[in-house]
Design a binder for this molecule. Sequence first.
Ligand code: HEM
Length: 231
Amino acid sequence: MSVKEIPLSDERRSHWLLLFWRSTVGKKVVMALTGAIGVGYVVAHMLGNLLVFEGPEKINTYAALLKSDSNLLWTARGILIVAVVLHIFAAYQLARLSQKSRPVGYKRWRAVGSDFASRTMRWTGLLLALFIVYHLLHLTTGTVHPDFVEADVHHNVVSGFRVWYVSAVYIVAMLMLALHLYHGVWSMCESLGVNYPKYNRLIRALATILTVIVAVGFISIPAAVLLRFIS
Ligand code: HEM
């Protein structure tokens, strides 16, 4: 007699998803997958922004190309917004769960098995969220950019970073991003089960290389504007 597969009804499938989301492991997997979407975006965005070194023509054409298909643009934006919201929501719930499991703090606390990046994840995450709001008002809508020109990305970046304290805000934010990314890549591998001791050194090395490339790539832009390499 053949064994027939019984298809899951929609109700049972959503119940399974809900149970998954409610579990600590489920929230960690959601954080890892949404984090991976964020890492992918940040790397692509950094590479695209480096076109500013090639002059106005290249980066403005690239920016126009990204906006040429509004369906594709809004699908990508939608995925990114959902990923960011889920990432923050899962982080908040995991923090609440860990607080509930230890309502009274340690009498004597020592950092065992954690480093500066892992202990500051909540703060670097919060500062990054605030930075993204400022960044959108600065270079996407131009609301807080005193000399914003629609569709002229090169001009907006260069005139924006000429103001030293704006560049300083970006550079500090990129250092926050570096710390967040370094520990994030590490936790992502752990949550997705890629944490065999023999690969730990390799994962740390990859996390370090990725972090340095992203941070140096982004920081090189305000630094080059301030040093008048780009004008
Ligand atoms: C030096 C660093 C950075 C520069 C020069 C830069 C540049 C830009 C520019 C010019 C835009 C507007 C593009 C346009 O409207 O055509 C933009 C949009 C954006 N940036 Fe950045 N960016 C930087 C860092 C970051 C970082 C670190 C993140 C995320 C953690 C980020 C996330 C975004 C997002 C989400 C948008 C909106 C994209 C959209 O309109 O769909 N940026 N950036």
